[in-house]
Design a protein around this ligand. Structure first.
Ligand SMILES: Nc1ncnc2c1ncn2[C@@H]1O[C@H](COP(=O)(O)OP(=O)(O)OP(=O)(O)O)[C@@H](O)[C@H]1O
Ligand SMILES: [Mg+2]
Length: 240
């Protein structure tokens, strides 16, 4: 059975899209059959992070019933497959979120790993996307506002019966950050699966549209993305 893993946190800017883009590329490099999906319908940006913004057909077109899913799957760095969101505003109105379940089901038949960039907030769009996940990883920065958002996100996942795998702690500044790895793990009562340091290389990569695992493969953040990618097994036997 394919894994459908969402990267969640109601707080904006916690690093979700960066994690999805880099993990997707790192997994593709390992030869995994992986697709990453930009479900942030109002603020889609995965295509920009991966340098595939020229791709003509997007998830918005599929959700508008104007294109088949096959046309919206494009190829990114290291052969990772991406279903990008559309940038133009008019696409947002046309996209019907109730078509998303069918899209995800179709992807789960074609790929072993479906990684989903879940929008921030806990509005109807975010809840609809979260309801389609089998598993989720909370992406959080080491500060109290982010953590209180993460706690709410955790509760919502539990109510929606989404299995929480743990936390990816991002933008950690050793000795400077408000909270340590063990404090984050303790407060959320979840294992910390990966710790991505604050890394200038990430910001440069985002600006250029080339993920840090490709552009600066030896940087501290890229190494941690690649390490964690090795740990993400492609299949689950059954829902535990
Ligand atoms: N490890 C890191 N080191 C430095 N900068 C980072 C790191 N991770 C993310 N960033 C930067 O933080 C900002 C927010 O990251 P990102 O867009 O991935 O977050 P997000 O959770 O997807 O945000 P949104 O809620 O707006 O979708 C970006 O400018 C990104 O380049
Ligand atoms: Mg994002």
């Amino acid at each position: 059975m394919a894994r459908i893993i969402g990267f969640v946190c109601s707080k904006g800017g916690s690093g979700k899209s960066t994690v999805v883009a880099n993990l997707g590329v790192a997994l593709a490099r390992l030869g995994r059959r992986v697709v990453i999906v930009d479900c942030d319908l109002t603020m889609a940006n995965l295509s920009l992070l991966l340098g595939v913004e020229d791709h003509k057909t997007t998830l918005h077109d599929v959700l508008a019933g104007e294109a088949p899913l096959s046309k919206a799957i494009c190829r990114g760095p290291e052969g990772v497959r991406i279903v990008p969101g559309g940038i133009p505003l008019e696409g947002i109105q046309k996209a019907k979120l109730d078509r998303l379940k069918r899209v995800i089901d179709q992807l789960a038949r074609q790929f072993d790993l479906v990684l989903i960039d879940v929008p921030s907030g806990l509005d109807r769009d975010a809840l609809t996307v979260m309801g389609l996940l089998r598993e989720a990883i909370i992406v959080v920065t080491p500060d109290l506002p982010a953590l209180s958002n993460a706690l709410k996100t955790k509760l919502v996942c539990e109510r929606l019966d989404v299995k929480l795998l743990g936390v990816i702690l991002t933008r950690l500044k050793e000795g400077v950050s408000e909270l340590s790895e063990s404090e984050v793990s303790g407060i959320l009562d979840l294992p910390v699966l990966a710790v991505i340091p604050e890394d200038r290389a990430v910001r440069h990569s985002s600006a250029i549209g080339e993920p840090v695992v490709v552009r600066e493969a030896r940087s501290p953040s890229a190494r941690e993305f690649k390490r964690f990618a090795l740990e993400l097994r492609p299949f689950t036997r059954a829902r535990e």
